[in-house]
Design a protein. Structure first.
Length: 348
């Protein structure tokens, strides 16, 4: 996926990335060029959320924060795609970072998707680095009958440095890793899988509408620079997920198990992509419905409109419309789910 950097535009990158994803089995959303993200894409359990720029330094802190929160809310991996940083072009097979979000060239993303080849080098202030598999390093050192000091002397680092690598403090220069690999005879570096980046932030701007959803037991958090107004999630799920996220930070050995539990709770259509009436005209509501329907399809979650005034149809485009008086007469969230399902069937 080589691009001519001299004539590249943001629109060209977006179209090429979208076509790449479609060609390799991903379902992609519409393109949202005025949003904190441009494309959502899903393949099996992988959900990625992309912001595409020519210069990755044009990403603002506000955009980055919202991208990170939306990604965490939907359990997606946020990725920034770009061509250059300031006056330098991004190197392929290197992971850069902007506001703690991985940033890569289009070719690097292509290698991950097409060939399942993930970069090992990441760029930070001060140069390029790699991560060492500490457990493997210790196994290979002992297999080669080398003490910490002997391996340190052979690779021109201190004994303490080798010890830190083996204990998991694994960031080092590529040249140092290559010297160690030449002594031990096997690769010891870890790849960076940007498609499985764990994002723990989530939308946290709690709002007090729609009141009827809140009374049913949902927490509603609003979003900025996104094609939808807010996301609603059951309070009990929010509390449980927060507990799980805390465990995720402190118990690295349980990451996969905790992620599985979070996924189970979040994938049962309990999360509602929510839109409100807000004195918008019919054309505006239909435009929002088209975008929301697209995002709901990609993420696998339900969407709805909460309206005060009755419409001719009980849905806007493909999105069920639930009226405030209906919500007030409901006893539980189960009643809401049944009505959403009924409205979806009526719209077919």
């Amino acid at each position: 996926m080589k691009l001519d950097n001299s004539i590249i535009t943001r629109e060209t990158i977006i179209n090429d990335i979208n076509q790449l994803l479609l060609s390799f089995g991903y379902r992609t959303s519409d393109i949202y060029d005025r949003s904190c993200f441009d494309i959502l894409a899903r393949k099996d359990d992988i959900l990625i959320i992309l912001k595409i720029l020519v210069n990755i330094d044009s990403l603002t802190p506000v955009q980055a924060e919202e991208l990170s929160k939306v990604a965490g809310t939907f359990l997606a991996s946020p990725i920034i795609i770009g061509i250059k940083s300031k006056n330098n072009y991004l190197e392929d097979d290197v992971v850069y970072e902007r506001y703690e979000i991985p940033s890569v060239s289009p070719q690097t993303l292509c290698d991950c998707i097409v060939n399942d080849i993930h970069p090992e080098v990441f760029a930070k202030r001060g140069g390029y680095y790699v991560k060492i598999d500490g457990k493997l390093l210790k196994e290979l050192r002992e297999k080669n009958d080398l003490s910490l000091k002997e391996l340190a002397d052979l690779t021109h680092v201190s004994r303490e440095t080798i010890y830190k690598y083996e204990q998991g403090n694994s960031q080092t220069y590529p040249e140092t890793a290559l010297r160690i690999e030449s002594i031990l005879g096997k690769p010891i570096t870890l790849s960076v899988n940007i498609l499985e980046n764990e994002q723990i932030n989530q939308l946290d701007n709690v709002i007090q509408e729609p009141r009827e959803l809140i009374e049913l037991g949902y927490k509603v958090t609003s979003s900025n620079k996104t094609p939808f107004d807010a996301v609603s999630i059951k309070v009990e799920d929010t509390e449980e997920i927060e507990k799980l996220r805390q465990k995720l930070e402190t118990k690295l050995d349980e990451i996969e198990k905790i992620r599985s539990e979070i996924n189970k709770r979040t994938k049962n259509n309990e999360l509602l992509i929510t839109n409100m009436e807000r004195n918008r005209n019919k054309k505006t509501l239909e435009n929002i419905a088209n975008k929301t329907d697209n995002i709901a399809s990609i993420t696998g979650h339900n969407a709805l409109f909460v309206l005060k005034h009755e419409q001719t149809n009980d849905s806007i485009k493909n999105i069920p419309a639930i009226y405030t008086w209906e919500l007030e007469n409901m006893d539980s969230i189960i009643d809401l789910k049944k009505l959403i399902d009924e409205r979806k069937k009526e719209d077919r």
